[in-house]
Design a protein around this ligand. Sequence first.
Ligand code: 13P
Length: 249
Amino acid sequence: MRRVLFAANWKMHLGPEEARAYLKTFRARYNRRDDRDVWFFAPAVSLEAAAQAIRERGDLLVGAQDIYWEPKGAFTGAISAPLALQAGAKATLVGHSERRQLFGETDDDTRRKVAAALASGLAPLLCVGDTLAEREAGHTTAVVTRQLAGGLSGLDGGALARVVIAYEPVWAIGTGRNATPQDAAAVHREVRAWLGARGAPAPRVLYGGSVNVKNAAELLAERELDGVLVGGASLDPDAWSQLVQTGAA
Ligand code: 13P
């Protein structure tokens, strides 16, 4: 059975009280289904509240939006994988385009973060994606494979199999302009081929960028998409509970 992953990236929204209220509403609106998982990437301050709020639901998971690669030490403002884990996170985003573009995160940083996540038992969700200029120059594949190589070099097939990938074209994030299912699928095939050649033949590959309740069905009808990573349309629990039921019988 195809198990679709719906991942919410709350970005810099929803403090602890708001996260609790959101998840109370969400749990009431959405019952567990065996054909889907729902992950919530909460701000660091809300991880514990969010993890507590879903603790009886094995189909729901809370993750961090970023980690630092060192396990502990004098790194003011940073959170490590073990700290995120202690707060209840089971996964972490790595290399989101906002981290790359606004905070100067490099491919090498993503490699250290993926390794730190794996070492502590957090599932890394590595984000890759091209800018509009890169796409128009025909560099999409080169950019995405550079980001994969940069973030995942040195990992064996067993480790790679624990990594989830999200293809998020920068030009589609928060713009209302989503990639077509065909455009996304073409990149997903490249991602699968790259991982397959390195011993991970069945990676989970998500699409992200202006996914909403109106376009989710068309996107997820494309079998190359194992799920979606959603920002703006995940912030309202009613709308998100509708979105995660996309395609449900
Ligand atoms: P939007 O869904 O708001 O376009 O954001 C996508 C994203 O960046 C998810 O990580």
